[in-house]
Design a protein around this ligand. Structure first.
Ligand SMILES: Cc1cc2nc3c(=O)[nH]c(=O)nc-3n(C[C@H](O)[C@H](O)[C@H](O)COP(=O)(O)OP(=O)(O)OC[C@H]3O[C@@H](n4cnc5c(N)ncnc54)[C@H](O)[C@@H]3O)c2cc1C
Length: 573
């Protein structure tokens, strides 16, 4: 393990469960000073009224001159103080700002939320609370459905403005937001939502393109940490941060000891992760992210931070630009350039997929191409359990699922492989695996997750159907067998050749293959191809492509250059 780097980058070394888990949000690294978070960022020129970042400046109706102009900042998946539009704008325009976070039972008990998410949010909120306290403010932390809790807060300290970031979540959070809007109307509170990415509310990719024109894909300006957080005069409303045991006592189904095998998720850790990536680790990015042996350290590992909002996409783009400037100043050809451009593309894909969910929210429940809702799946519960537990008898699948279940992370290629195996081999529908898989992805982001599930299940009708062979992935990306041996200890003493041929030879301590993969994959492919060829599926595919294809996709020809260079590139890692 490299000195100074956190243990979650090297999961093989870090799962003894005895490490201290940092929860503070202030641990900015001094190891990579070039990318340390600036306390005060230069935004000169960015603060014009009407600037995209500023959203709508509120006009406050009916507030008497003598009344305190009070804003509640409702913290959602934006658990940070730097480059936070809600916090910044609230502190610029209000006399008092109350940071408010709510543990919502309906959200926490939903099918796509798991213990890993609870730990991530808890760490992030603790870190945020510490950062706010350090700057003379604090946090109101409540538990209950958000409308009830806002109502209770309003009765205690009336406020005129509610600020939150615009969330592209699941149906549950969308309906929750509608209830909040109705409550705001009833109380005369103005709800101002800030945009934290290039995703545009309610639009499809096509509408977004029309909206934006053909200009370059945008960089968002970055806002500084406000100098004055404008805490209320009466600070007694602020809460003491909840302990982990106290929190999990309210959610017994998610109760588990804190896990040190998961990435730490808070603002300080986010900046450390970005710094270590752009200073050292990222050099191995191109090529390194394909193998589960190298992706833990070669990947940026920013996904949980972007998902929970402990860092903003704008801050990441800005650091990327700074790195490029440094390299350009050196004027020497650099292997970094390839890695940085691959990384940048993925950052853009993020918004592309989140936009897809904005444009087609029904994709949480049905195929984006409705013709594929006819695919018949077996949905055998025993197969589902064996897959989740990593007991399928396919070493590479079992290693990935066990690794995911412990670390909450897996690289793109292996995620695609386990989904492909579940849908094409086990005949589990993408809808059946959605919840269990979302729960073990520490970085669960509904827009990316649902899009990728449908793509890897082969049911979009606009992407080439790609079925991953676990045996080939083993030979390509773990040919020495170290990853499999690490996560499947039953195979610890087996040679790589034996692991590659598990299923064909007798391995007494290991599971026999749960299915005949070749045969079952053939059947599922036949079913999917026959639907794909149907007139109704072709028609829906044209609409889907028009609505959701990336800007490089212009037609449905799966072999066209346009297609290969565009959306299909999303399969490559
Ligand atoms: C079935 C499946 C489900 C997935 N679910 C999620 C999810 O819930 N949340 C999530 O963040 N990623 C998801 N991904 C995409 C990808 O696997 C992860 O983003 C990536 O492995 C995270 O590692 P990293 O932070 O080192 O990413 P890097 O490779 O360093 O990429 C930088 C950032 O770009 C974004 N990104 C990377 N790859 C993609 C991609 N293919 N599509 C969209 N955005 C991308 C992420 O925010 C990531 O942090 C999923 C992929 C598959 C196949």
């Amino acid at each position: 393990m490299l000195p100074g780097l956190p243990p979650w980058l090297f999961p093989g070394y870090s799962t003894d469960g005895h490490e201290e888990i940092p929860v503070g949000g202030e641990g900015l690294s001094s190891l990579w000073p070039a990318f340390s978070q600036p306390e005060k960022m230069d935004t000169s020129g960015d603060l014009e009224p009407g600037c995209l970042l500023f959203g709508k400046m509120p006009t406050i109706k009916g507030v008497k001159e003598s009344a305190v102009l009070r804003t509640v900042w409702w913290i959602k998946r934006d658990i940070r103080i730097s480059d936070n539009h809600c916090l910044y704008l609230a502190s610029e325009s209000s006399e008092e700002v109350i940071p408010f976070f709510c543990w919502e039972p309906a959200v926490v008990n939903a099918e796509d939320y798991g213990t890993f998410h609870l730990q991530a949010q808890w760490q992030a909120v603790r870190g945020l609370s510490a950062s706010l306290q350090k700057r003379g403010s604090g946090l109101v932390e409540r538990m209950g459905e958000v409308v009830d809790e806002l109502d209770a807060l309003f009765a205690q300290v009336p406020f005129q403005i509610l600020r939150s970031y615009q969330e592209t979540g699941n149906d549950l959070t969308f309906r929750r937001d509608r209830a909040v809007r109705a409550w705001c109307r009833e109380k005369g509170v103005e709800w101002v939502e800030s945009v934290g990415s290039t995703v545009i509310r309610g639009l499809s990719a096509e509408q977004k393109r029309t909206h934006q024109g053909k200009g370059p894909r945008g960089r968002l300006a970055v806002l500084p940490i406000p100098e004055n957080l404008r805490p209320p005069k009466d600070k007694s409303i602020f809460s003491h941060p909840r302990g982990w045991e106290e929190l999990t006592a309210s959610f017994p189904l998610l109760s588990a000891p804190l896990s040190s095998a998961l990435q730490t998720v808070n603002e300080g850790a986010a900046w450390d992760t970005l710094s270590s990536f752009l200073s050292e680790r990222g050099l191995a990015y191109s090529g390194g992210i394909s193998s589960p042996n190298t992706a833990f350290s070669a990947g940026s590992r920013l996904s949980p931070h972007l998902a929970w909002g402990t860092i903003s996409p704008g801050s990441v783009f800005r650091a990327l630009d700074q790195k490029r400037e440094q390299l350009n100043a050196q004027r020497a050809p650099s292997p970094w350039k390839r890695s940085l451009s691959a990384f940048e593309s993925r950052l853009h894909w993020r918004d592309h997929f989140v936009q897809r969910l904005e444009g087609s929210p029904q994709m949480e429940f049905s195929a984006i191409n409705p013709s594929f809702d006819r695919v018949e799946y077996e949905n055998n519960p025993e197969f589902l359990t064996a897959w989740i537990d990593g007991r399928t008898g396919f070493p590479m699948i079992d290693a990935c699922m066990r690794c995911l279940g412990e670390t909450g992370f897996m690289n793109f290629r292996m995620r695609a492989m386990v989904v492909s195996f579940a849908c094409f081999g086990l005949h589990l529908s993408w809808r059946t695996i959605h919840g269990p898989l979302a729960q073990v992805f520490l970085d669960y982001e509904p827009g990316i997750h649902l899009s990728q599930l449908q793509m890897q299940a082969g049911i979009t009708g606009i992407n080439a159907i790609r079925v991953y062979s676990p045996a080939k992935q083993f030979l390509d990306h773990d040919k020495e067998g170290s990853f499999v041996r690490r996560w499947v200890p039953e195979l610890r003493d087996r040679t790589a050749v034996e692991i590659a041929h598990a299923g064909e030879i007798d391995l007494p301590d290991y599971y026999p293959p749960i299915i005949s993969l070749k045969e079952r994959t053939r059947k599922m492919k036949e079913q999917i191809f026959s639907i794909r060829k149907s007139e109704s599926a072709q028609k829906s595919a044209r609409i889907t492509l028009q609505k959701h294809g990336s800007r490089k996709r212009t037609n449905l020809g799966t072999k066209s250059k346009a297609a290969d260079g565009g959306q299909l590139a999303l399969f490559k890692d």
